[in-house]
Ligand binder design. Sequence first.
Ligand SMILES: Cc1ncc(COP(=O)(O)O)c(C=O)c1O
Length: 516
Amino acid sequence: MDVLLDVNIVIDLCAPRLQWHAEARSVLNRCAENSGRVWLYAGSVQTLLYSLFKEIKLARPNLTAKVAMRLARQELAEFAADKQWLAALAGEGNVFDSEDPEDEQLVRALDRIAPGKMILITRDNLLIDRKDPRLLTPEQFLSRLPEAKSIDFIDLKTQQNSILPALENSIHRVLHHGQYIMGPEVRELEEKLEAYTGAKYCITVASGTEALLIALMAIDVKPGDEVITTPFTFVATAEAIALVGATPVFVDVEPDTCNIDARQIEAAITSKTKAIIPVSLYGQVADMDEINAIAARHGNIPVIEDAAQSFGATYKGRKSGNLSTIGCTSFFPSKPLGCYGDGGAIFTNDDSLAKAMREIRVHGQERRYYHTRIGVGGRMDTLQCAVVLAKLDRFDWEIERRILAGERYNTLLNDMPAVKQLAVRPDRTCVWGQFTIQVENRETVLKKLNAAGIPTAVHYPVPLHRQPVYQGLCRISSNLENAEAVAARVFSLPMHPYIDFDTQKSILNAVAMAVA
Ligand SMILES: Cc1ncc(COP(=O)(O)O)c(C=O)c1O
C-alpha cells in the first residue's frame, strides 16, 4: 500500500517535532516493509516550505529569515530525494469553494488513484472527521494488520517510479501540442531507435502484430505463398502470415533454446517460400547468421526477425531487430521495452522496403490522399511514443539488470536437476522477455507455486500447429516433436529489471519444494 504524506506529517519528520516524530517514522518503515511507495503532493510545495521555515524560526529565533529559508529548502530537498511526487493536475486547481482548499486538493488527488492503493496519512482533524477509509492518522495506519508481501510477475510500478518526472513531462508535452497522430515524438523515437539498433530505418507501428503484417505486405507475400516459421511462438507470428493469405510452414525448434532449428529450415524451402520468420523467443535471438545464409543460398529469401521478446538483446555483438532483411518488435507493456498500450516498430536497412512500410503504415498513401498500394491504419500513437521515449534513458540499465537477474536464477537452478534451464548460446545475450524453465509434471508444480503465492505463466501451452484455427491453414515441414515436448513442459517465473536476489531465492525455494 502506498502512502501520501500530508504536510503536517512531513513537518513531523523534518522539523522534527519530537512527540510525533517516532510515529511518523514508523509509518515510513511499515510502508517500506510492504514495498509501498511514499508520495508527496506537488501542489503542497509552498505550504511545505513555509511550514518548515516557521518551525525552524520557532526553534532557532536568532536565525535570519534567509538562513532559515535556506535550511528549510535543504531539509526538504533531502527528505524528498527518495519519495515520489504526486502531480497536481488541473482538476485540483479550482478548489476555492472549499473551506480548506488544500485538504480538498489532496482528496481530489486521492480520487484519481484506484481504491485500496493509497492512504493519505494526516493529523488534520478536518480530514480525519470525514471518516473516509483512505484518510488515516499515523496511529490508525500502524494499527492496521500488516499486508502480505506479494511477488509481482512483472513490476511496471517500480519502473514507473524511477522515471515518473520524465514520463509526465513527455505525456504532458503531447497533451499540449495536441498532435496525437504522427506528432514529433514519433520521429524522435524512430531516430533514437535507429541509433540504438544501428538500423538505417525505424518505422514505428501500432503493435508487434502490425509490424509483422506490414513487413509481409511490403515484401508482397500473397495467397499461395509460404512463409517458414516456428510453431512455438505467440500466435501473432503465424497470424500475420495467415492474414496476408499465405501458409505458415512450421519447422521444429531446438529443445534447449526453444528457438527455430536453423538446420531444418533448408528442407522446408519450396518454390513458394517467400519469407522466413525466426522468432527470438524469450529474449534470445535465433541462429540468424545460419538462417540468413540459407536464405541467401535460395535466392535471397527475405528474413524477418520477430524480435517482439528480444529488443535489447545482442547476437554476435549486433542488436536484435537489425540482424536481417527486416526486424519487428513489440512495445506491449510487458515487453523489455514497453509502452502503456499497444505499439511496435520495424527496422530495416533497405531503402525501398522502408518506403513501402512507411506507406503501408498509413493506408498505402505515397502522399496525402494519394494511394499507391493497399495499406493499413497501422501508426503508433504519439502518446505511446512519448511513453517509450521517457523509458529510453533507463533502458540499457534495465537490460543489464534483466541479464543479471537471469544469471542469478540460472546459477541457483544449477543445483536443481529436476528443472531444465534455457540454454543461452555463448555468442548472444538473452534479455529474458520471459524467464522460462521446463519441468516434467508442470500442472502439479504450477498448482503448488500458486498456493505459495508465486505468480507464473505458460508461454506457450499449445504449439501453433495444434491450434484449431491453423489445422487446415498450415504446412508441417518436419517432425515437430521438440515443439510439442517443450509446450508440455515450459513455464515462466517472475522476471523484470527490479527483481532482487532475495525475492529470486524465495521463488526458487518454492520451485524446489514444488518439484521435489
Ligand atoms: C513473439 C511475438 N510476436 C509477436 C507479438 C505481437 O506483439 P503485439 O502484442 O504488440 O501485437 C508478440 C507479443 O506478445 C510476441 O511475443
